[in-house]
Design a protein around this ligand. Sequence first.
Ligand SMILES: Cc1ncc(C[n+]2csc(CCOP(=O)(O)OP(=O)(O)O)c2C)c(N)n1
Ligand SMILES: [Mg+2]
Length: 328
Amino acid sequence: MAASNPFPLSKEALLACYRTMRTIREFEDRLHVDFSRGDIPGFVHLYAGEEASAVGILTHLGDGDRIASTHRGHGHCIAKGVDVVEMMKEIYGKKGGCGNGKGGSMHIADLSKGMMGANGILGAGAPLICGAALAAKFRKKNEVGICFVGDGASNQGTFLESLNLAAVWNLPVIFVVENNGYAESTSRDYATAVNSYVDRASGFGIPGITVDGTDFLAVYEAAGEVIKRAREGGGPSLLECKMVRFHGHFEGDAQTYRAPGEIEDVRVNHDCLKKFSAHVVSAGVISSDELAAIDKTVLALIEDSVQQAKAAPLPTLADLTTDVYVNY
Ligand SMILES: Cc1ncc(C[n+]2csc(CCOP(=O)(O)OP(=O)(O)O)c2C)c(N)n1
Ligand SMILES: [Mg+2]
C-alpha cells in the first residue's frame, strides 16, 4: 500500500515541481558546458543551486500574477512557464527566441506568462513590480506581483524606495531576497549592515520571513503564507531565501574569493534537488525510479532545445529596426 502523503502538495504536484527544478538545473548545467565551448554569445549568470526558491514560490502563481526578475533570471523564467526552447534560442542569439535573439540571457521576458523580464540593472525590478501590483490592485482580481532581488541588489536605493512605496500604497507585492552570500565576489557580510532582511523590512512596516532557500518545502510553505496575505489585501511582505550558487558569478569567473572546499561543500551538502529527492523518497511518496524517469525526459527536452537553437537562423540586419517600440 502506498504511504500516506504528509506534504502540502499532491503527488502529481510534487512531481511537477521536481520536473521544473530539474529542468532549471539541466538548462543551467548545459549552458555552463556550451558557454565554455564558445557556442553562446554575451554573458550568462547561472541559477543552478537556487531552484527551490523559484519553484517553491512561483508554483503558487498563475499567468495573471506578475514577476520581475534579475540578471540571474533563467530559473525564474522557467518556473513562471516561459518556453524552454524559446529561452534557449534567445540565449543562443537566434530568431524564434523570446526576443528574437536580440536580447539574450538578461532580457528574457514573456508578458503572456506574467514574466516582466530578467534585468541587467540591479534593483530595477522593484519599482517595476510596484507598478504591476498597483495595476493589479485596481483590477481587483486578487493578483500579486513578486520581485526577486539578490543580497547585493537589496542595497540599491531603488529597492529600499520600493519597500516604502509598497507599504504606503499597501500593494499586493512580495519582495524576495535571494541571499546567496555574494554580490559578484563581495561577500554579503562585508557589504550589508544588517544580518536579517526581516529586520530591514520591519523598518518599513513590512513583515518578513527568513527561510532555508535550499529546502523546497520550507520555501513553498513560507511563500504560500505571504502570497495569501497579499491576495487577501494584507499588503506587502519580504521573503528572504538563504541559498547557494553552484557556479561562478558569471560564466568564466575563476571564483578565487571562495573558501577552500566551498564549491564542493555546496554541491554535496546544500543541493536543493538532492534534499527534495531524499525527502519525498524517504517518506515513501515518490520512488527514485519515478524521479529518474523525469530526469530522462528533462535531458531530452534540453538536448532538443539546444539542437533547435543551433539550427535556428541569426537575426538579420532588417531585424535591427523591429521590436523597438510596443504598439498598443
Ligand atoms: C545598478 C547596477 N550596479 C552594478 C551592477 C553590476 N553587477 C551585476 S551583478 C552584480 C552583483 C549582484 O549580486 P546579487 O544582487 O547578490 O545577485 P547574485 O549575482 O548574487 O545573484 C553587480 C554588482 C549592475 N548590473 N547594476
Ligand atoms: Mg548574491
